[in-house]
Design a protein around this ligand. Sequence first.
Ligand code: ADP
Ligand code: MG
Length: 593
Amino acid sequence: MLQVLPQNISNLIAAGEVVSRPASVVKELVENAVDAGAKSVVVSVLDAGKTLIQVIDDGCGMSPDDAVLCFERHATSKIASAEDLQRIVTYGFRGEALASIAAVAEVTLRTRRPEDEIGTMVEISGTQPARRQPVAAPSGTHFAIRNLFYNVPARRKFLKSDNAELRAIIQEFLRIALIRPEVAFKLTSNGKEIHNLRPAATRKKRILDIYGMNLAKELVEVNVDTSLVRVSGYVGNPEDARKSTGNQFFFVNGRFFRSPFFHKAVCKPYEKLLPDDYTPAYFLFLETEPERVDVNIHPAKTEVKFEDEGMIFEILVAAVREALGKNDFTPSIDFDMKGAPDIPVFSPRDSNGAGYRPPRMDYSPLFNPFDTPSEPLPSELPELGATEPALPPTPGYGRLFEEESSAALSSLIVLQRKYIVTPVKSGMMVIDIRRARQRIFYERYLEKMAERQPVRQQSLFPVTVQLSAEDCLTLLGQPDLLARLGFDIQDFGGNTVVVNALPEGYPTSEEEVRRCIDQLIAALRDDTSLEDQHHLMAASMAASASACGAESLNATEAQLLVDRLFACREPKLTPDGRRTLTLITLEELEKKL
Ligand code: ADP
Ligand code: MG
């Protein structure tokens, strides 16, 4: 028998499309606030929005009737006719969001229009019809969303950690804040301020307020106008591309969208300039005739369809290429420091004015961070001291190289500080020193993580690193893991952390430390299993630690490196699968001669 679903059930089903996690609620409510002409929007969440999401605006407010009506499905004040659908300038237009939210949470609305004396309070939740009463209220609108998914346990159970959900909230928040610099936005989480953005005169000022000078000064301006599309905004300087992939934003006609296709276009001009796994930051604002883009293809509306995708791809490539070329990779934005936010730029040098540099730590390229001093000193290698006991040759040698490696490692040549060349039975073997170190560190780090032993630390002159709010959360979200790995990283407030110690073996210059922290964040960010995460962490740590082996090796050190490499379980490849060594056979040589 056919049946019309009771409205609360059909709302519940539809809600799944619009509301998938706390961040989607934040998105819908903040968009509504902006649509209502707010000059200031305050978002506060408890427990990453799982317990409470509040959005307060000073916009146009609602009449007592509208305050109830807005929760009806397809109640919207934004579309009056079918033609309107073509030219939508506001965010919302389906009139689904509030109905969906009310279906899966307990909602309280307080609102008052500026022209009204008295405001309205409405309480509604999935099981309860709306209850309305007059209240005193400031003009504007205040939504409080409690106990999201209280009636959909399956949904609630699949929410991610508070840390991950909060990161998603920050992302949605920034997507709107970036496109509306003239509006003040504030975000707090469990009472802690995450962003407090004053109205900004320009987009670039807003970017500066969000990310601080560190990122902002590395951006170059993009500006291209064609008959099809106007592209403006900023892209990252290749020299400063961050490994973490957070800061990539596309907007079209004032709306954030996601596009792996256009992402490729933006990355293309960087291909030759950046290592494969680095992604440039970008903030690109496209403007096109509203008829040429369909924003209506996805309920959450982050996917859009362009009529002339291929052409726009080419325009993007050209625009970014031109921007990079024109700026010759030097910062071109004249960010005005006077209006800069209070982002602490603490550094030990600045604070006492003495102008000293952190001491350059002596670094032994074969230094093994894991051997404890109690291990016996290898008498045959006195110059490397306690840090470098010789490893006995182990059965871990790669099969292929069994005979070669035992054959004649006595005569080694270190070539250009980069390679070790050694004769073997069938010809010669060339080992990439940096990659070999990467493999060795990787297996050691993994071993230590598996043993759950803290990796030993080396302390630093504290290095301050300014991060995005999201990255900061990612980094500080797992203090135990960080400590076990040998990091000592403290929250300095204002999305700044102070790095006091690193796992031994890591490079220690300020610049390198910043780079390592970026890599660490990238590894922590992936929502993978703990075991995978260990692999990622170990690989990223190994990449960092191996980055500073430029000192030339003496023969003994080279020999040790080779021994250690062949003691690895997989000596032939780096953790990310590149070759650590190659064989050049006599035949190949003969062909060449
Ligand atoms: P849509 O945004 O697609 O119109 P929503 O369900 O998000 O649908 O909102 C329904 C209606 O409620 C809006 O069209 C608007 O008239 C009203 N509304 C929602 N939020 C606010 C707000 N913060 N201030 C004023 N009016 C609002
Ligand atoms: Mg809406």
